[in-house]
Design a protein around this ligand. Structure first.
Ligand code: ADP
Length: 442
């Protein structure tokens, strides 16, 4: 509509003006051209052809000639009038435009006359060129009728476009907006929206995915609360039970009972530590103490830590270490990861002849630290998920060790924090090998 308005304004206020200016420029040009051709033997022919081409009138008057076309308004000027005009032109330095020249007989105010005085063989020659500005109204009318058609076309097209846009964009967006209010509750359902537009379709899919994530997080939260409270309750029940035993039967084996209480309290404390750690990693509140460390020291420390326990549990535990290399890492955190791998290797093995191998090996141009067990293994469908927070493959697994599905998530946060590549290779019921790769320093 704005464009139409602009066209209308330019037509009504400026078209006439520019049309007149064009006309005037054109008769002035022609006047100059004719004046410069005075003396030319083909003057009459030239005048005729210009008059025809440009649809204007030309008259050339001097003492010796008067070239004119009788059908043209300029031929109506008598000699008295001609000499008046010539006088005015002379006064005006030899050229003048009469834009309001009223012809005595015709009384026309739409006639524009341009006059130029020139000399030929010492005689004054007057060149007059005239044009009518009348055609403007005819043009204007033609344009205006077209303009009306254009307005109608534009209005129809605008309505059609508005309809299409509303159907394509606004309607689905509104539907998505309405549905999105349910997103926070995990109730977003975009399946009925089916937008035709690619971007809106993507937006819908993204929101559906966000909804899935919200549901997942919600489920995980509920599971965590369930797991944690279960895992807290077991040691607490034991602590209370053993403490009561000490109180009621002081003659019983107090040291053994007290040891059990201490053991259980330690498990509680380690669970709480894990929870605090994971929340710190997630809020990126942890700083790594990166230093040059010896892998031999690291692996031997872990080995010694578990060797005795493995002997008692009848687990064949070996350390595979052929060379010592140094790397830059946070030793304490790497130990935390290896402890998690070790605890899992011990926990998820229901076989009679259990073996665990802790070691360092070269894989391509990297060094790999791994913990391999011949335990239960992990099914393919679970292998991606075990690194997720609170994920447990077998939710009813009876374990001696405290676990609430955060060990691997914690290890993942630590390894990602140190920018180390990590992973697991496993075949169900055969083996699992958890690993991370390090760079050799120097
Ligand atoms: P959890 O506290 O339950 O042990 P983790 O994050 O350490 O939590 O492990 C997540 C899940 O991955 C475990 O519940 C277990 O099912 C599986 N898993 C981890 N390590 C092993 C392993 N060595 N062998 C078989 N399954 C494992």
């Amino acid at each position: 509509m704005l464009i139409l308005g602009l066209i209308y304004i330019s037509q009504t206020f400026f078209l006439e003006d520019s049309y007149k200016k064009n006309k005037i420029a054109s008769i002035e040009n022609i006047g100059n051209k004719v004046a410069s051709n005075i003396g030319n033997s083909k003057l009459e022919e030239i005048i005729k052809s210009i008059s025809l081409e440009e649809e204007i009138c030309i008259r050339v008057v001097s003492n010796e000639m008067d070239i004119k076309d009788n059908a043209c308004p300029l031929s109506k000027f008598d000699y008295k009038e001609i000499s008046d005009i010539a006088y005015i032109i002379k006064e005006n330095d030899g050229r003048k435009l009469f834009d309001d020249y009223r012809m005595k007989d015709l009384k026309r105010d739409d006639l524009y006359v341009y006059g130029e005085l020139t000399k030929y063989k010492n005689n004054d020659v007057l060149v007059l060129v005239s044009t009518l500005v009348r055609p403007i109204s005819a043009t204007e009318k033609a344009i205006q009728s077209q303009y009306h058609i254009i307005v109608i076309i534009v209005i129809v097209m605008t309505i059609a476009l508005a309809f299409i846009f509303s159907k394509l964009l606004l309607k689905p967006i509104n539907k998505i907006k309405k549905e999105a209010t349910n997103l926070s509750k995990g109730n977003y359902d975009g399946s009925h929206i089916k937008p035709n537009n690619l971007e809106i379709n993507e937006l819908n899919n993204t929101l559906e995915k966000a909804n899935e994530e919200i549901l997942k997080a919600d489920k995980a939260k509920k599971e965590l609360i369930g797991n944690v409270s279960h895992d807290l309750r077991t040691p607490l029940t034991m602590i209370i039970g053993y403490a009561e035993m000490i109180k009621d039967m002081p003659d019983e084996d107090v040291t053994k009972n007290a040891d059990t209480i201490i053991e259980e309290a330690k498990r509680l404390s380690s669970l709480v530590d894990d929870l605090v750690d994971i929340s710190n990693y997630e809020t990126k509140n942890i700083e790594f103490n990166m230093q040059e460390i010896s892998i031999r020291n690291l692996l031997e420390d872990v080995y010694n830590q578990y060797k005795h326990y493995c002997d008692i549990q009848n687990v064949e535990f070996t350390l595979m270490l052929n060379e010592d290399i140094r790397t830059i890492a946070d030793e304490k955190r790497l130990k935390q990861v290896l402890y998690n791998f070790m605890n899992n290797a011990l926990n998820y093995n229901d076989k009679d002849d259990k073996t665990i191998e802790l070691g360092l090996k070269k894989v391509n141009d990297k060094y790999r630290i791994y913990v391999r067990d011949n335990g239960n293994g992990i099914k393919n469908e679970d292998i991606e998920k075990i690194w997720d927070r609170y994920y447990k493959v077998d939710k009813n697994h009876k374990r001696h060790h405290l676990g609430s599905g955060i060990g691997l998530a914690l290890s993942k946060s630590i390894l990602e924090g140190m920018h180390l590549h990590f992973g697991v290779e496993s075949v169900y019921n055969e083996f699992s090998e958890f690993y991370f790769d390090i760079d050799k320093y120097n």
